[in-house]
Write a protein that binds this ligand. Structure first.
Ligand code: HEC
Ligand code: HEC
Length: 263
């Protein structure tokens, strides 16, 4: 009898074991967390980070210089593949040619404020930076540390054999983009600006013709990604690159001074 009991208990445990480890891996969704009446320190930071990513204007306005939100480029709150997904905690620290040093996730976040948000670099321990880092960690659960997540960044477009042509890009822009982003790139209603003072500055990743072309090809026109040819994406990207936008802060001695003060 006793042996039978042990056997039954043992097999029950075996049956339970996989479900238990599965349950540990399953974390609550953002929708669940948003309606939770009480959150522990970790999850309250995750939710705060999510709010900053999706409404940067409201939740991190003190560091923002244009009208963009992080999620205008990191689509679906950083969960969409080939649209600069943010499940990348396991990729850091990482050497970065742009600033010539090893970057932790914190510095990577702070630099997007400086360039993509054309703002000022928040201090390392700013609550906004820590919350975004917690959200990025949350999104990264299940990824293999040190391995590139599938669909990271944007697709790299192969050489088409033709130079990016901004004149052709202008026609693409007027036909396929201006209805949402405006003829002057200013953004219509809720649509984000793609050039001008409310846009990313010349130091931003999106100001690179190939980087922006990969983003545009995979994701634009919004809701109809991969409908442009790769050459059209390169052309329209070259057109955006020629437009007026805030200067690269690395070119300004005055801004450099401000940046040093905040560091
Ligand atoms: C139907 C409206 C619509 C069309 C058409 C459209 N976009 Fe967008 N675009 C958006 C929206 C909305 C976002 C932000 C997405 C979000 O916040 O989820 C965006 C984001 C962007 C961004 C990144 C954020 C920024 O403002 O810098 C770029 C660059 C961009 N679009 C370029 C283009 C180009 C180039 C075209 C034409 C090939 C295009 N878009 C067509 C709606 C549109
Ligand atoms: C105008 C578009 C744009 C906006 C807005 C933007 N980013 Fe980015 N972000 C990029 C691009 C493009 C890259 C990749 C290219 C590069 O490394 O510069 C990137 C890369 C990143 C990475 C590294 C991703 C990886 O694969 O390693 C992080 C983290 C990040 N951004 C955080 C943020 C945060 C936080 C915000 C808001 C404060 C933000 N970004 C706003 C365009 C943007």
């Amino acid at each position: 009898m006793k042996i039978n009991h042990l056997l039954i208990c043992g097999s029950l445990l075996l049956l339970l074991a996989p479900t238990l480890s599965h349950a540990q891996q399953n974390q609550p969704s953002i929708e669940q967390l948003l309606v939770e009446p009480f959150l522990d320190d970790y999850y309250s930071n995750v939710v705060y980070g999510y709010e900053i990513i999706t409404d940067t204007q409201k939740h991190a306005s003190r560091y923002v210089g244009n009208s963009l939100d992080c999620s205008n480029c990191h689509l679906q709150a950083g969960t969409q593949k080939e649209a600069l997904p943010l499940n990348v905690a396991g990729m850091y620290p990482k050497w970065r040619a742009k600033n010539g040093k090893r970057n932790g996730i914190g510095l990577r976040i702070r630099e997007c404020f400086l360039y993509s948000l054309d703002g000022i670099m928040p201090p390392e321990d700013a609550p906004e930076v820590l919350a975004i880092a917690a959200y990025i960690t949350y999104l990264s659960q299940g990824e293999v540390m040190g391995a590139e997540p599938e669909g990271r960044g944007v697709p790299t477009l192969p050489a088409t054999g033709y130079d990016p042509n901004p004149a052709n890009g202008r026609s693409v822009y007027l036909e396929q983009c201006s209805s949402c982003h405006g003829e002057q790139g200013e953004g219509i209603e809720e649509m984000p600006a793609v050039w001008g003072l409310d846009s990313y500055n010349k130091g931003a990743g999106m100001n690179g013709i190939r980087e922006a072309a990969g983003f545009i090809w995979a994701n634009m026109p919004f809701g109809n990604g991969k409908s442009l040819s790769q050459q059209q994406a390169l052309d329209v990207s070259a057109y955006l690159n020629l437009q007026y936008r805030p200067a690269d802060p690395r070119d300004s001695k005055f801004l450099k001074l401000l940046e040093d003060l905040f560091n």
